[in-house]
Design a binder for this molecule. Structure first.
Ligand SMILES: [Zn+2]
Ligand SMILES: [Zn+2]
Length: 248
């Protein structure tokens, strides 16, 4: 297994996803994933959980049967360049993803680009998800450069073009090439909506290969790389995970 961390998964808390946290833990034990982030959709999309879902994620242990769990969200980008969870909830989370979803009607490339740049500059988001979605075109160079400046990671999404967002592949390769050129932090997410897809990075690996990116450039190769990145973003160190991964 090249990648030990999956940074993007959905549980039954999002109505169009079909597995529980425990299903993901069992699957991780089977397929060698050491750490995963649980990142259900922010409240702006109709199938999302109530904001309290995110406020109470702290009851989920960071380590279950030797599998590490990061408590997170995949928030929605709004037209005004904000996201859909309040700061006091965001502050409780280990990881914050955000991306374009149908809660926002697509407009123009220029407007999409401004929205993402504003969200990146807000400092509230660690990873921008599925930037290659052709429904929400952006100025890829401008977004990658902004993300570099603000130490925000660019996701290569392994469901795009496979399970959803069909027609993303070529755009995703462009995003990957640009992220590599600009020197962005690159993060992978399976975007699993069922536990059996946890750690399925086939599409992302294809994108990485076509873009000519070295695998060790991706933070998912090591749980410690991910924890270091999140700490560099201002998240508090998670002691139980440091203890778990000192041997990695
Ligand atoms: Zn998404
Ligand atoms: Zn997702």
């Amino acid at each position: 297994m090249r990648f030990l961390v999956d940074l993007h998964t959905h549980t039954v808390a999002s109505d169009h996803a079909y597995s529980t946290i425990n299903d993901y833990v069992l699957q991780a034990q089977k397929n060698g994933i050491a750490m995963f982030a649980t990142t259900d959709h922010g409240p702006d999309v109709p199938d999302a959980p109530h904001p309290w879902h995110f406020g109470n994620l702290r009851v989920i242990p960071h380590v279950v049967d030797n599998i590490a769990i990061l408590r997170g969200v995949e928030a929605n980008l709004r037209a005004d360049g904000t996201i859909d969870l309040e700061d006091y909830i965001l502050d409780r989370l280990d990881i914050v993803l955000a991306g374009f979803h149908p809660s926002l009607d697509p407009t123009t490339e220029a407007e999409h680009t401004e929205i993402v740049k504003k969200v990146i500059a807000s400092g509230k988001v660690d990873i921008i998800t599925h930037l290659g979605n052709p429904k929400y075109p952006v100025d890829i160079r401008a977004v990658c450069e902004c993300a570099k400046e603000h130490n925000v990671a660019i996701e290569l999404n392994s469901s795009s073009g496979i399970n959803t967002r069909f027609g993303s592949h070529d755009n995703c390769v462009k995003v990957a090439k640009m992220a590599n050129e600009v020197g962005n932090i690159i993060a992978l997410g399976s975007d699993a909506h069922v536990c059996y897809f946890l750690g399925n990075f086939k599409e992302a690996e294809q994108v990485i290969e076509e873009a000519g990116i070295r695998y060790d450039k991706v933070i998912n190769t090591s749980p410690m790389k991910v924890l270091d990145f999140l700490e560099s973003r201002g998240h508090k160190p998670i002691e139980s995970l440091h203890n778990l991964f000192t041997l990695y």
